[in-house]
Design a protein. Structure first.
Length: 282
């Protein structure tokens, strides 16, 4: 940790730092207090993350780690010890997410672009994208990641062919699921929430917030093995899903698979292609 950052953090905390990290991790102060720090190369991602945490916290539905200091080179928050959540935890989580998805706004997107992992997430809508979910999702989610895959050298002949077919069919795929834009976490998988080991509360972390269709959030929860059944039962009781949501789930998983392709490489290409082929052949 460089001297300038240490000074900024100690000013925010009001306590000398005695145990620090280089990058991301827990820090301790002279009084024994613990905090969580993300730092590294200058990036607006820290400011975007802090804004996303604030957007979620201000709903009063979910707790997020309190932000103590943020800048272009760091994000300092309270440290939340992570515990194990049982059925009651996941039932509460499912109900809270359903209530979050009832927080609506007038347009799709968000007031600023942010990040999905290390990749930019484009949220500022143009023209029809403000009110047309299909246009927003195709242009600002799928097409953006596909074009990034082209630039990164991951676009195969098969990916190009199948994506072109998808573009002509996406309006049919997403039809009959129209709902007002609602607040989404944006990157809701098992690594982006905590169970506070002391209070047992759900704590959301690492958001990529925007206002979109709630099925997008739920599809991400199932991408890497899914959450326990209690979570989905509670959500469905609180806010039943629209017919044929299972059919549309793949189209929302595709965004994250393309993002992972661009972040981590070609191991994600077969699954992305499989989803594209499924919709292209329907």
């Amino acid at each position: 940790m460089n001297t300038n950052l240490k000074t900024v953090l100690e000013t925010a905390i009001g306590d000398p730092i005695t145990s620090a990290v280089s990058g991301t991790g827990k820090i301790r102060t002279k009084s024994g207090a613990e905090y969580f720090l993300k730092s590294g190369a200058p990036s607006e991602s820290y400011v975007c993350e802090a804004e996303g945490l604030k957007e979620l916290s201000e709903t009063g539905i979910f707790r997020t780690p309190k932000v103590l200091s943020v800048g272009t080179d760091h994000l300092l928050t309270e440290y939340v010890p992570n515990g194990a959540g049982g059925n009651d935890f996941f039932e509460d989580f499912g109900r809270r997410l359903a209530r979050l998805h009832r927080r609506r706004t007038a347009y799709f997107g968000f007031r600023r672009n942010n990040y999905i992992g290390l990749n930019p997430q484009i949220n500022l809508p143009h023209g029809a994208e403000r009110s047309d979910w299909t246009a927003f999702y195709l242009n600002k989610r799928l097409r953006y990641q596909y074009e990034l895959a082209e630039r990164n050298g991951y676009a195969t002949t098969g990916l190009r062919r199948n994506f072109a077919r998808l573009e002509s069919k996406i309006a049919d795929i997403l039809q009959s699921c129209e709902e007002p834009p609602c607040l989404l976490h944006g990157d809701l998988w098992a690594g982006n929430f905590l169970c506070d080991a002391v209070s047992g509360e759900v704590v959301l972390i690492d958001p990529a917030v925007y206002y979109g269709h709630r099925e997008a959030d739920l599809a991400m929860t199932r991408l890497f093995g899914g959450f326990p059944p209690a979570f989905y039962r509670a959500y469905e009781q609180e806010y039943p899903l629209n017919p044929r949501w299972e059919y549309r789930e793949g189209i929302y998983r595709l965004y994250h698979l393309l993002n992972h392709l661009n972040l981590f490489g070609s191991s994600y290409l077969p699954e992305a292609n499989r989803i594209l082929e499924k919709y292209a052949s329907d």
